[in-house]
Design a binder for this molecule. Structure first.
Ligand SMILES: *[C@@H]1O[C@H](CO)[C@@H](O)[C@H](O)[C@H]1NC(C)=O
Ligand SMILES: *[C@@H]1O[C@H](CO)[C@@H](O)[C@H](O)[C@H]1NC(C)=O
Length: 215
């Protein structure tokens, strides 16, 4: 009898922690993320062809969030897990989308596309928040991540001039897309081919002309 109740307790405990520990990407996330992916497949047209050549926008240096950042963070940050990176991803890219939208005049041909993409992003963010217990979002972030978070949420006028960068809208969305595949790989992996989307070299296969230097 004692054993049985211990087992039940243990099981109860497991059920409580299991969703957090075992499912960094809740399967309900996949539908909204694939919707974003559908939008992103048109990014060349809307983020490149509709802009003047070499058009760049001013972003915070932390808004340049690439695969190389993720691999560096994984190596150097204690207490980092996928959920923390996913939270950071939403924080970074909500700001990026807002900035792209902000530079587009009302009648710019890319405006409806960008507004729609931002809407889809917000939907995914809402599902993300719902698919984890609220306490998860109150947990302390690892120190290095908290520093990045703080600078992202700092008022622009308090940012030193040195923290700004210029990037093409297309390169920002390329980064958004690649980091999304990496951080939510369960939603994008193909059963037949084992691909590591977090691998920087994955994206280098003859696609050099897409890699815009951000400076
Ligand atoms: C994501 O979009 C690309 C086209 O940009 C497509 O080839 C791929 O199948 C999509 N992935 C999923 C899981 O929908
Ligand atoms: C990513 O790395 C670059 C340097 O390569 C840096 O400027 C940028 O701030 C980093 N992004 C984040 C989110 O830490």
């Amino acid at each position: 009898m004692v054993q049985l109740s211990t087992a039940v307790c243990l099981l109860g405990g497991l059920f409580l922690i299991a969703p957090v520990l075992m499912a960094p990407t809740h399967s309900s996330m996949c539908t909204p993320l694939r919707t974003i992916n559908d939008s992103l497949s048109h990014r060349r047209r809307y983020m490149k062809h509709n802009f003047p050549i070499e058009y760049t926008i001013k972003v915070h240096n932390r808004e340049i969030f690439r695969l190389s950042n993720i691999s560096r963070m994984k190596l150097r940050t204690e207490g980092l897990n996928d959920l923390v990176l996913q939270r950071l991803w939403f924080q970074v890219y909500q700001g990026v989308l807002k900035k792209i939208l902000w530079v587009l005049p009302t009648r710019h041909p890319s405006r409806p596309y960008t507004a729609e993409l931002e809407r889809r992003f917000k939907d995914a963010q809402a599902v993300f928040m719902q698919s984890h217990p609220a306490e998860v979002f109150q947990e302390d972030l690892p120190e290095k991540i908290q520093d990045i978070w703080d600078s992202l949420t700092e008022k622009p006028e308090n940012m030193p001039e040195s923290s700004w960068r210029f990037a093409t809208p297309k390169s920002l969305l390329d980064n958004l897309c690649r980091t999304m595949y990496c951080l939510f790989s369960e939603c994008f992996s193909n059963a037949d081919v084992q691909e590591d989307y977090c691998e920087v070299s994955h994206w280098r296969k003859g696609r050099k002309k897409d890699m815009q230097p951000e400076s």
